[in-house]
Design a protein around this ligand. Structure first.
Ligand SMILES: Cc1cc2nc3c(=O)[nH]c(=O)nc-3n(C[C@H](O)[C@H](O)[C@H](O)COP(=O)(O)OP(=O)(O)OC[C@H]3O[C@@H](n4cnc5c(N)ncnc54)[C@H](O)[C@@H]3O)c2cc1C
Ligand SMILES: *[C@@H]1O[C@H](CO)[C@@H](O)[C@H](O)[C@H]1NC(C)=O
Ligand SMILES: *[C@@H]1O[C@H](CO)[C@@H](O)[C@H](O)[C@H]1NC(C)=O
Ligand SMILES: *[C@@H]1O[C@H](CO)[C@@H](O)[C@H](O)[C@H]1NC(C)=O
Ligand SMILES: *[C@@H]1O[C@H](CO)[C@@H](O)[C@H](O)[C@H]1NC(C)=O
Length: 514
């Protein structure tokens, strides 16, 4: 166990007084009997999980709590979590979270602040396959595409862009609220502050229902919306309306990624937060009381974890859980809490990402002339006969000067998303020839099933849960937003600044502020 490091400059005597004062005041906060405000920073904060959620939490907590607090971040796998790359034929490709929306401002700022750079997405021609034929095939001619879309779907497409834009406008309010330090104690109150009952209601209805009510045609939902849900979340139009809308925002032409790999953001945040990375698996969290010499009781949390060196434990003032607690995901036991912290476990969706170097079999998709086949991304409708959700040509995370996405008639690297591992027979159907296959299996995102009830963000007095937000929608930016929210919330609780938590009518209130 380590104790708070004192600034090197202070004398031994001053140091011990200083530490004593800190612990003394913590004890008052722990018991909260006299309601006295905390004036001293916490000594130690633990973050569990070094994905984008945990590393951005480290970054924001450092900003809020200052340089003296010790921040430990536990990781049992690799830094980056669901942001990871695979190596095929000597080049790296995004295997998990891959694209970022141009209006994802936290991700954008991280990249800027950390001195990273942006990799724009290659233009690609998309086709939508229904198991028998392409219901839509994009061509290189913009006007031609527009005419085709209007011909088939009327003004549904234009209406979708307007619908998503309206949602994004409201969603973007979060950045303003957070810049004024407002925080939320539940996912529901966060969504309500952004888009009122309409946003909350989206958690209760499927995207199918939501869009039908908004006047979209069933044909458009089946042929455009469902393929977007399948490629982004491996699920159908039964997902909740909020994650559905997030998924449709992923059809924006301005999507980008981080040059060198999205996980570089996690490494950068970790480095700049000066958090200590502990490679180990957290197994349990327990509340500990310590009698003080002065009479009070100090309440701390004990984190037990396994490393190569055996089982160890440390004590912390504040704990941030930055990994899903759903079935089979993190395996952390909360010992001795009353009421128990377990009640919100649900299931995650398996998605398999397979990378293949090869020639695609055009006749698998009902095309005869191989040379006519110019698509580089194929999405699929909800036809149950299909074993794949999508297939797309990918480029490596490091831009090479002369790398343009080649049409399907040439050999290149393809990424297939499917619910199960691809069998050899399936690969032989899908490709006329191939070599080099790499698979990455994920428990990728929640299985969405409205009405959706989000788990609490506050699991106990000073235990906060970032991934509660994934029940509304899973995306890198969602984790970053939730991480900043938890940094603000824990800070406000610690210093008793309750007027910055769950405020109503924020949008109106902030209109007058500049
Ligand atoms: C295939 C796929 C495609 C995706 N595509 C996109 C996309 O294009 N755009 C987008 O925005 N999002 C996408 N996402 C979603 C996005 O990747 C996630 O929402 C985001 O990365 C979640 O980050 P996180 O930090 O909250 O969780 P994670 O990245 O899962 O981090 C949690 C970390 O905690 C660690 N951990 C768990 N339990 C313990 C324990 N007991 N002790 C210690 N450590 C523990 C894990 O090893 C992990 O590293 C995709 C996800 C997948 C899987
Ligand atoms: C959502 O559904 C739950 C019950 O499942 C209900 O209590 C809640 O009021 C509903 N919320 C909205 C905004 O419709
Ligand atoms: C969407 O809802 C309609 C009825 O409201 C139903 O007929 C249709 O099958 C649903 N489609 C999907 C894909 O869930
Ligand atoms: C979590 O525990 C379950 C059963 O106890 C096990 O099947 C699963 O593999 C564990 N998950 C991880 C990631 O360790
Ligand atoms: C390609 O797809 C067609 C149609 O599904 C199939 O008959 C054929 O065996 C596949 N494989 C090759 C190598 O052409």
């Amino acid at each position: 166990m380590r104790w708070p490091l004192a600034p090197a400059a202070c004398s031994l005597l001053l140091c011990s007084l200083w530490i004593g004062a800190r612990w003394g005041s913590t004890s008052k906060a722990g018991s909260k009997e006299d309601g006295e405000k905390l004036r001293y920073p916490p000594s130690k904060i633990a973050i569990i999980g070094a994905g984008i959620g945990g590393t951005s939490a480290a970054f924001f907590l450092r900003q809020k709590f200052g340089r003296d607090v010790l921040i430990d971040i536990f990781e049992r796998g690799e830094v980056g979590g669901r942001l990871a790359t695979v190596n095929l034929e000597g080049l790296e490709y995004e295997a998990g979270g891959s694209v970022i929306h141009p209006l994802n401002l936290h991700m954008k700022n991280f990249v800027k602040d950390l001195g990273l750079s942006v990799r724009s997405r290659q233009a690609s021609l998309t086709g939508i396959y229904n198991g028998e034929e392409f219901v839509f095939e994009e061509s290189e001619w913009f006007i031609f595409n527009i005419i085709k879309l209007i011909w088939r779907y009327g003004f549904n497409f234009l209406r979708m862009y307007m619908w998503v834009e309206d949602l994004m406008d409201k969603f973007m309010r979060i950045y303003r609220y957070q810049s004024f330090e407002y925080s939320f104690s539940t996912v529901e109150s966060l969504l309500h502050a952004l888009g009122g009952n309409d946003f909350m209601h989206k958690l209760n209805c499927s995207i199918n229902e939501t869009m039908q009510k908004a006047g979209f045609s069933q044909k458009f939902i089946n042929e455009i919306v469902i393929p977007a849900m399948r490629v982004n979340y491996g699920q159908s139009a039964k997902v909740n309306g909020f994650v559905g809308a997030v998924s449709l925002a992923g059809t924006d032409p301005g999507l980008w990624a981080v040059e060198g790999g999205n996980k570089l953001v996690c490494f950068g945040l970790l480095y700049s937060s000066k958090a200590q990375l502990i490679l180990g698996t957290v197994t349990s969290i327990k509340e500990k009381s310590r009698p003080q010499r002065t009479g009070g009781i100090l309440k701390l949390y004990e984190v037990s974890y396994q490393t190569a060196a055996g089982t160890l434990s440390n004590l912390y003032d504040i704990i941030i859980i930055a990994t899903p607690l759903d079935h089979g995901m993190s395996n952390i036991s909360f010992l001795g809490f009353n009421p128990p912290i377990v009640a919100f476990q649900k299931h995650f969706q398996q998605t398999v990402a397979t990378f293949i170097y090869g020639h695609i079999n055009a006749s698998f998709f009902g095309c005869q002339e191989h040379s006519d086949f110019s698509l580089s991304e194929i999405l699929t409708t909800g036809n149950s006969k299909l074993f794949l959700n999508s297939i797309g040509a990918v480029s490596p995370v490091k831009s090479i000067n002369d790398h343009t996405l080649k049409p399907a008639s040439t050999a290149c690297i393809w990424k297939v998303f499917s619910p199960e591992s691809l069998t050899e027979e399936q690969l032989e159907m899908l490709f006329t020839s191939y070599h080099a296959v790499i698979e990455r299996k994920w428990l990728a995102y929640p299985q969405y099933n409205p009405p959706e009830k989000c788990p609490p963000i506050i699991l106990h007095d000073r235990i906060y849960y970032i991934n509660a937000i994934e029940r509304a929608a899973s995306a890198m930016e969602m984790s970053a937003i939730a991480a900043k929210n938890v940094a603000l919330l824990s800070h406000h609780h610690w210093y008793d600044k309750l007027d910055r938590i769950d405020q109503e009518d924020l949008n109106e209130k902030l209109k007058s502020e500049l």
